[in-house]
Design a protein around this ligand. Sequence first.
Ligand code: AMP
Ligand code: FE
Ligand code: FE
Ligand code: ZN
Length: 291
Amino acid sequence: MDRRRIDLHTHSSASDGTDAPAALMRQASAAGLDVIALTDHDGFSGWPDAAAALPAGLTLIRGVELSAAATEPGPAGERKINVHLLGYLVDASHPPLAAACRSIRASRVDRARRIVQALADDGHPVDWARTQARARGSVGRPHIAQELVEAGLVDSVSAAFTREWIGPGGRYYQSERKIPALEAIALIRAAGGVAVFAHPGAHGRGATVSEQTIARMQQAGLAGLEVDHPDHDGPTRDRLRTLARDLGLLSTGSSDFHGDNKPNRLGDELTAAAAYEAIVAGASGCAPVAG
Ligand code: AMP
Ligand code: FE
Ligand code: FE
Ligand code: ZN
């Protein structure tokens, strides 16, 4: 039996994790991982340092997590639901994918600035220049949450994700521009990558999509569902595993490690070797890097 420890979703300081890419690779090795995917939000800037720092015995899957929006039909009309799509082994220089990431990152900057401004307008001691300095790549709400922690307004980054602050439906929540989910899947595929729907049942982050919408994503080229994720309870995992099987999708598992910004630890959730091999076999945008 292949018992490799494979964690396919992590973040570095190139987005909203707290560890530099090289340090993340060393931690992954110390945590006993055999394979780690680096999947920063909407960008690839962590890839070179991660690849250069790979300890012997660790394999790096270069990936990205795209911020997208699914259109959910309903009795009261269509709704947009935020979804994250993991793109594994994409060609980062593929012009349409690179342009989409640039555009999402630019929109993230604009949106983060608006959130910080709204907080400052209410008299909270947050600062835009400082927030920007916290983000070495893709800026996100965790960088704003760090400002709130430092100001003593919340106890932890996670504690900022409430309705009072910047959580779903929160007083200071603002949305960035997202690309349509089906377009994100097409972009990942066009760039030679394999698309997996990240934490599809994480209802703590807002509304989740229906099985019909996941079926449409499968028709558009989605390859898998991230079934085992810290945000999913047991019944959610059972439901998603069954759905993945019914739709012919792979099931993956990942920690969604963000360093000190989240309690999730490397290797908390793992992907079976067979699903991992199917992802590698299905990708042509770039190759795994062996340390
Ligand atoms: P953004 O991409 O700027 O909308 O921020 C979303 C990010 O915030 C996610 O990728 C997570 O890293 C983080 N996040 C969401 N919910 C929580 C939470 N409850 N605790 C800590 N971090 C969270
Ligand atoms: Fe994140
Ligand atoms: Fe995500
Ligand atoms: Zn993530």
